[in-house]
Design a protein around this ligand. Structure first.
Ligand SMILES: NC(=O)c1ccc[n+]([C@@H]2O[C@H](COP(=O)([O-])OP(=O)(O)OC[C@H]3O[C@@H](n4cnc5c(N)ncnc54)[C@H](O)[C@@H]3O)[C@@H](O)[C@H]2O)c1
Length: 377
């Protein structure tokens, strides 16, 4: 006779700290011992993954401090750019970890932007079924977005942006605001595209949007530590709000964080990653706004507000025709999007007013073609 057996797993709540502070890196060795509940008498192996230039700027000092704290530290450099976030590099790193005889008591530290974080997080999630990993985001984009929430992935070929990945939360996130000082201006601006995303979806009646407008000069100059700290913390709080309600994106809550990303991912992939993630998100937000306008979800004034905030921070508000994109090729890229379900692609669009978004499905190809046609010039 058939039997039905129910398996109930009492999952412990996921809990980790995010430290946001100028100079936080100096505290990292002590934080590891404390927050990861490590035994003082045990030598723990750390595998630090970073870029060479970030190692010179921050990694070397961190390595020394970790060794002084009693950790055994090995370092691996990854080249720069979205294209390194791939399966081949994941495999190389995994082989290196086997060579180092890293056991499940080992810790992976990702020191860098979203590329390092996603790649290091992904291998942490699959090596020996999961190692502790610590995010040390050094770009604005990774501080406010990529390092928090546990989405880790690599790209599969050109089309498959983030196609192979896991939901795997870090054990600790340490965001040292001082590291942002060495970030190139362009990367700073690209990170602001995710900040603007939060200002459009945070349900606070547009307060954060107006705060960004008012602090434009200090934000662009990166001159005021308290402004930067507030900006980073507000974004992280917003992300945590959505993630904690829907960790695995099984409802329509966490998916809101993808505002601008469905369009953005297709632009990134179709440009073969010549367009950076942040730039693509900025263009994607403007396209999501245009789609919302077309579907009568927002009025012309709200659309202008979206374009204005992108302009204010010198971010792209349309697709430059120099990229010579083929619209049907861009639409084809949606097929690879993980948010693409049987019912068609899900788009997150602004709706009603600043500080409110919604999910739309079943948008016709004709409307998408119009959105692209009006956005490429
Ligand atoms: N997992 C997520 O939830 C999530 C969310 C958003 C984006 N992402 C991913 O993040 C990636 C983009 O991240 P990114 O914009 O940080 O790109 P990135 O990691 O390529 O970093 C951008 C550039 O800035 C440099 N850099 C980083 N910190 C620096 C510093 N302090 N000083 C000087 N140079 C520094 C890097 O070396 C790199 O050249 C994409 O792959 C995207 O898919 C993931």
């Amino acid at each position: 006779m058939a039997k039905n057996i129910e398996v109930l797993i009492n999952k412990a709540p996921i809990r980790y700290s995010i430290e946001i502070e100028n100079g936080a890196l100096d505290k990292l060795p002590g934080l590891l011992t404390k927050k990861l509940h490590l035994k003082k008498d045990e030598t723990v192996k750390i595998f630090l993954i970073t870029h060479l230039h970030l190692y010179t700027l921050y990694g070397q000092k961190l390595q020394k401090a970790l060794i002084e704290e009693g950790f055994q530290v090995s370092v691996e450099y990854i080249a720069v750019g979205e294209s390194v976030k791939n399966w081949l590099n994941a495999e190389k790193l995994l082989n290196k970890m086997i060579d180092l005889k890293l056991s499940r008591s080992g810790i992976i530290i990702a020191l860098g932007g979203g590329v390092i974080g996603d790649l290091a997080g992904f291998i942490s999630s699959i090596y020996q079924r999961g190692l502790k990993f610590v995010q040390v985001p050094t770009s604005l984009l990774s501080m406010v977005d990529a390092s928090v929430g546990g989405k880790v992935a690599v790209n599969l070929g050109v089309a498959g942006k983030n196609l192979i990945g896991s939901f795997y939360q870090p054990s600790l996130v340490v965001a040292d605001l001082d590291t942002l000082k060495s970030l190139p201006d362009s990367e700073w601006r690209f990170g602001l595209s995710e900040v603007i995303k939060y200002s459009l979806l945070k349900e606070d009646g547009g307060i954060f949007y107006r705060w960004l407008e008012e602090h434009k000069v200090a934000i662009l100059k990166r001159s005021d530590n308290s402004v930067i700290e507030y900006l980073v913390a507000e974004c992280i709080k917003t992300k945590v709000h959505f993630v904690s309600k829907d960790e695995m994106e099984t409802t329509d809550i966490r998916i809101m964080l993808n505002l601008g990303h469905t369009f953005g991912h297709s632009l990134e992939a179709a440009s073969r990653y010549r367009i950076s993630h942040g730039e693509a998100v900025s263009m994607g937000i403007s396209l999501a706004g245009r789609l919302a306008l077309k579907l009568n979800k927002i009025n012309g004034a709200t659309f202008e507000q979206i374009i204005n905030i992108l302009n204010l921070f010198n971010l792209p508000n349309h697709i430059d025709k120099k990229y010579d994109f083929n619209t049907s090729q861009l639409i084809r890229h949606f097929e690879y999007d993980k948010k693409n379900e049987g019912t068609g692609v899900k788009f997150i669009i602004p709706s009603k007013f600043i500080g409110h978004c919604e999910v739309v499905k079943g948008v016709s190809e004709k409307i998408l073609e119009e959105v692209f046609a009006e956005s490429i010039y």
